[in-house]
Design a protein around this ligand. Sequence first.
Ligand code: RB5
Length: 146
Amino acid sequence: MKISIASDHAGFALKQDIIKWLKENNYEILDFGAFNSDSVDYPDYAFPAAESVASNESDYGIVICGTGIGVSITANKVAGIRCANCCNLEMAKMSRLHNNANVLALGARLMDLDMAKSITKIFLETEFEGGRHIRRVDKIHSISGL
Ligand code: RB5
């Protein structure tokens, strides 16, 4: 499975740790930066990572900033993206089961590495439930013209 990943400076250290761990678990990674912890603007990194998911270059995206808020707002501007900012395991699970989220946002300043790994694992391993949720997810995209 291929994952597009991006962060700003606040998420850089967590991004590096998550990349290492995902590679150890046989995920293929497309890293859209940032490539060091110098101060940057999160839209410059989250947007191309989300576009890569929307164009099916990868299966899922992970975007990381201090709170997960800025990168999630950015990713959700890309047509076809359903980005969920998840700060606990239940949110990660439900974002896949009910919302078919295709990008996970993480807040590096709000959680430790173990929690970020657990959230990521549940997100990547949970299948969309389908059924009535298909209609609801379709409505999101028809509102935005997709
Ligand atoms: C950077 O200081 C911070 O604003 C950013 O990482 C993010 O939390 C924005 O939503």
